[in-house]
Design a binder for this molecule. Structure first.
Ligand SMILES: [Zn+2]
Length: 217
């Protein structure tokens, strides 16, 4: 099982690791800071001992990340047991961290404004995050209210704490005050870090709503 340093410290952008497996240009490591696409959050970008990582794939189910396989841009010269250096793009990670936390906040504040909703999709990319859910009425009218509620909540600088699940080692909880949901992503320590956000409602067909989140910085 790969040790997920991105859970222990989602602010780390460089670390060393030991190579545990090599198959051509695919490798596994004993520990990592390099996030692999999971729960809608995009993968990190970066290098392993100077070689660009072309793909990071998690091995596990749903929110669980058991192991991560990295596909490198070329076959490495290092061997199993060697120490490698992992570097990730700090700016991309910062945006993903901010937007992932923002997406969770949006979910709860949306429920505050319009009541319980059924989520049918979500995505966290560096440019924007989105949340799709079932809802009968177009949300245009409540977007300004939701946006100001969200900016206020962000400014209030609420603590975000990630907790481990006692029974399932690889299941983590995202918590913020009373709010709690399972999540394997990377998050900010407090909402104030997110900065100012804007929301955009996107028409995705009858009975469905999409809200996109953009951050200023
Ligand atoms: Zn999440």
């Amino acid at each position: 099982m790969t040790i997920k340093l991105f859970w222990q410290d989602p602010y780390l952008t460089e670390c060393t690791a030991t190579v545990t497996e090599i198959n051509g240009n695919k490798i596994n490591l004993d520990q990592t800071i390099f996030f692999a696409f999971s729960g809608g959050q995009a993968s990190d970008e970066g290098t392993i001992s100077g070689i660009t990582v072309s793909e990071a794939v998690k091995q596990g189910d749903k929110e669980n990340i058991i192991d991560i396989e990295y596909t490198l841009g070329k076959e490495p010269s290092f061997k199993v047991g060697d120490t490698v250096t992992i570097k990730i793009n700090p700016e991309r990670r910062r945006k993903l961290r901010n937007l992932h936390s923002a997406a969770h906040i949006l979910y709860y504040l949306t429920e505050d404004v319009i009541g319980k909703v059924k989520i049918i999709g979500s995505n966290i990319a560096p440019e924007k995050a989105r949340m799709d859910f079932l809802y009968e009425k177009p949300l245009n009218e409540v977007i300004p209210q939701l946006e100001s509620k969200m900016n206020l909540f962000i400014q209030e600088d609420h603590h975000i704490i990630m907790k481990n699940n006692e029974e399932k080692q690889d299941l983590r909880w995202w918590t913020c005050g009373e709010w709690k949901m399972p999540c394997g992503g990377t998050h900010v320590r407090s909402s104030g870090e997110i900065g100012s956000i804007t929301l955009k409602r996107v028409n995705v067909g009858k009975g469905k709503e999409r809200i996109e989140i953009y951050i200023e910085k």
